[in-house]
Write a protein that binds this ligand. Sequence first.
Ligand code: PLP
Length: 390
Amino acid sequence: MNSPHPEHALMDIAARPTAVMVRGSGSWLEDAEGRRYLDFVQGWAVNCLGHAHPAIAQALAEQATRLVNPSPAFFNDASIRFANRLAACSGLDEVFLCNTGAEANEGAIKLARKWGRLHRNGAHEIITFTDGFHGRTIAAMSASGKPGWDTIFAPQVPGFPKATLNDLASVEALIGPQTVAVMLEPIQGEAGVQPATLDFLRALRALCDARGLLLILDEVQTGIGRTGTLFRYQAAEITPDILTLAKGIGGGVPLAALLARKSASCFSHGDQGGTYCGNPLMAAVGNAVLDIVDTPAFLAGVRERSAQLIVGLNELVTRFDLAGVRGAGLLLALELGPRHDATALVQRAREAGLLLNAPRPHCLRLMPALNVSADEVTQMLTMLAALLQD
Ligand SMILES: *Cc1c(COP(=O)(O)O)cnc(C)c1O
């Protein structure tokens, strides 16, 4: 069954199984030996429309024959259309298109620091959260609260004090003359799907308003329909001052966005840029993704599949005496409890043809394609039950 590791010159940055993936379709991924996997990871919540969606293939093909990159020194039609649509659906005003979540978050940090210099007497500290995740550049790692990340590439970028999620007093205690913003994921993804409560999000919005701070939401993982609404903050009926998007927005291609309210959008010429930023090839894919995801029927479908998955997971909780289910929409965690090793289960699942993710030792994260079918959800639950039974 186990093939030898392929010959490769890739840096060894992760423990990877020997399988070499060669194609995919919807919720299914296939390796070079023809094994098929039901994919409930989807590139870490990236492929919102599953693998090889025809609308994405068509957008890439059409745009590639017309214009790939005129350079960010010129406007292009695809990025103007995409930015206008993002502004309209988010309720924010201005958009900077880029390539990765970390890059969008770097932009958010720069924007907040610039705003602090212009409007808050040089205030530059951004209150962030223990166990938060904002990406792998040095500043994004400094903003993250992942255990150990403060020392691997020390020294960190200063100015990111850490509060505790869902503890407003811990945020208030960190506010000082140098504070310019509060930055968080509305549901901490990498931490194992730990939701900020909607009350906490509303309280943060009110606190930022009262203290003249910017509220920055990192919706890289939660945005673009993942939690059953286009953005998670809509469930709390608030709007951030600055918003970052990536992952689902590109349906699998490198595409990200930094959005800001007009009042917070203060970059001058030269402050921000990037060779690939706003290229029409990726923007065309973003438009294709929005065509499909930003419709009431599609989002209702996400909520239906979510309800089905939550019912099924709760049945497993009862049947196998597990610890519980967390999350929203199709970003869910199954807390297994101390008797189950999630990493070992992920490996056994893969051998059985099911792809799952274990962000924590006793926790599974489920992030299927947003267009996963009812049958595929049932199939996944059946496979997972068999694995838990063994
Ligand atoms: C994945 C992720 C990032 C980093 O995105 P990249 O595209 O990998 O740089 C940032 N924030 C959150 C919440 C994420 O889930």
